[in-house]
Ligand binder design. Structure first.
Ligand code: DON
Length: 305
């Protein structure tokens, strides 16, 4: 396995040149576009790594999967899906316009920014600090890493420049989707996106989902299989944004990308995958990470379809 991963990383390193590091959040532009790494963890907890697997990056949109689990645990499925839909958009992750054109007055799904902001508003706690701390604890638990923390530079950079997210927050408040204080919710959202991880951390989160919501190492049930299935299904239909259809055909693995360059993969009952490659394609997905997952899926016959 190790040799195979090494080869896949080598074969795809060239692809990093085809992408660009995100710079709409200024602090993200400091990443090295040539970095590429992977971690795979199997159901016996064997950990396999290759390339730049221990470089740190911010989790960004991958966090939307974890926030969704906590929102469902806190409120139940019915309330959450009253506020956010279950359909892919076919639009960019930060698109605003369907919020007004669709007759259903809610974001189409929890993986686009508008839907994720609505989801973060549903996380319970007595203050915004407590709400975020509860979410961070869940991240630490399911990544088996007690040291996860927010990258302050990225958080502040995003808070300062996230005007489109801010606009969507206020629009959602006006629509009656977002409850409570908009700025507090945005703060939780910006912080959750700025949690710093490496490939091993996100492979562990993938493994947790692949294992149906139970931490493999300890046997602790965190969410029901049903909730884990909801998250994995969203990963298939919306996890790679408006590339999700093509990705399902070419790769066939439930996966979630982030503009920090991460991709988290969960192959049910088989493996968790963490990938880092900050050079992104025009849709905001890691360009070489996509290639790595395609090769890995082929080698290990991982497509769920
Ligand atoms: O809100 C944003 O734009 C970022 N914090 C997260 C976007 C993201 O990761 C989209 N992923 N491909």
């Amino acid at each position: 396995m190790r040799e195979m991963l090494k080869k896949i990383i080598m074969d795809n390193r060239e692809l990093t040149k085809k992408g660009r590091v995100a710079d709409y959040i200024p602090a993200l532009s400091k990443a090295n576009p040539e970095d590429l790494g992977i971690c795979v963890i199997d159901m016996n907890n064997n950990v396999y790594t290759a390339g730049d697997y221990n470089k740190k990056f911010t989790i960004q949109s991958i966090s939307k999967t974890v926030a969704l689990m906590l929102a469902i645990m806190d409120n139940g499925e019915e309330k959450v899906f009253n506020k956010v839909g279950m359909e892919p958009t076919g639009d960019a992750f930060n698109s605003i316009y369907k919020l007004e054109t669709k007759d259903i007055a809610k974001p189409l799904n929890p993986m686009i920014n508008a839907g994720a902001i609505a989801v973060s508003s549903l996380i319970k706690g007595n203050s915004s600090e407590e709400r975020f701390e509860r979410l961070l604890s869940l991240f630490r638990k399911i990544s088996s890493n007690d040291n996860l923390k927010v990258n302050e530079e990225v958080y502040l950079s995003e808070k300062k420049t996230g005007n489109k997210n801010r606009a969507m927050g206020y629009l959602l408040k006006d629509m009656g989707v977002l409850e409570g204080n908009v700025e507090e919710t945005l703060d939780i959202y910006f912080k959750q996106c700025s949690i710093e991880v490496d490939c091993v951390d996100i492979a562990n989160i993938g493994l947790f989902l692949a294992n149906g919501g139970t931490i493999l190492e300890t046997g602790e049930d965190i969410v029901t299989e049903h909730v884990a299935r909801i998250v994995k299904t969203f990963m298939v239909t919306c996890g790679m944004y408006d590339s999700s259809g093509e990705f399902a055909i070419r790769v066939g693995i439930p996966a979630k990308s982030g503009v920090g360059g991460g991709i988290m993969g969960a192959v049910p009952h088989r493996i968790g995958i963490g990938i880092y490659g900050p050079a992104l394609d025009e849709k905001g997905n890691s360009v070489a990470g996509y290639g790595v997952l395609r090769d890995l899926s082929k080698e290990l016959n991982l497509s769920i379809f």
